[in-house]
Design a protein around this ligand. Structure first.
Ligand code: GAR
Length: 210
């Protein structure tokens, strides 16, 4: 069993493609001194991402990298890694980053990339996880924070939170209920890393008492 990272104030990079509510929740946890970290940069693959605007409002460096300017995914990720390396980043936080992470990015940040997914993994990987859960008819769903590996939503699980599914749920109501939990467990997971409490054995993650 090995410690993921010794206790330290984390330098975070956030990658977001959209609205950025998870980014906001993490940034608030930092302001409230619940999370020992600083957000050094927010990077988006989408120029119109609200997350970029929110970062600028908070005086956090906000960068758009347009995939279309690169000949391949590997070239795009080479640029992404180059930009990230400028900021002495401990953890890269995918917060609604709607792209698969390729080998260039993964190898540069081995066990240093975390993601949040709106289902109880390994159920309902990929897009529209909330709709997948409703359509399947499960009675509980939730969200998962995990380390990113080469698979899609397959990496070692750090935390999960369960939410019930009700008869009258719509995709919107379930999404909102899950999102509330996302906003709690993402910063908590990061704080366990910052406190040096996260240990890994094979694909099992253990949160040990301080
Ligand atoms: C969140 O629900 C997150 O779990 C999901 O995108 C949303 C982003 O919201 N991520 C994925 O589905 C990744 N596969 P946000 O931009 O408001 O944080």
């Amino acid at each position: 069993m090995r410690q993921l990272m010794a206790a330290k104030r984390l330098n975070l990079a956030i990658l977001a493609s959209g609205r950025g509510s998870n980014f906001t929740a993490i940034s608030e946890a930092i302001s409230e001194n619940k999370l020992n970290a600083q957000i050094k940069v927010l990077i988006s693959d989408k120029a119109e991402a609200l997350a970029l605007e929110k970062a600028r409002d908070l005086n956090i460096k906000a960068i758009h990298i347009n995939l279309r300017n690169y000949a391949s995914m590997a070239d795009y990720e080479t640029e992404l890694v180059k930009r990230l390396k400028e900021f002495d980043i401990d953890m890269v936080v995918l917060a609604g980053y709607m792209r698969l992470v390729g080998t260039t990015f993964l190898q540069a940040f081995q066990n240093r990339i975390v993601n949040i997914h709106p289902s109880l993994l390994p159920a309902f990987k990929g897009l529209n996880a909330q709709k997948q859960a409703l359509d399947y008819g499960v009675k509980y769903s939730g969200c998962t924070v995990h380390l990113v590996d080469e698979g899609m939503d397959t990496g070692p699980i750090i935390m999960q939170s369960v939410v019930p599914i009700y008869n009258d749920d719509t995709e919107e109501s379930l999404t909102a209920r899950i999102l509330e939990e996302e906003h709690k467990i993402y910063w908590q997971s990061l704080q366990f890393i910052a406190a040096g409490q996260l240990y890994i054995r094979d694909r099992q993650v253990f949160i040990l008492e301080k």
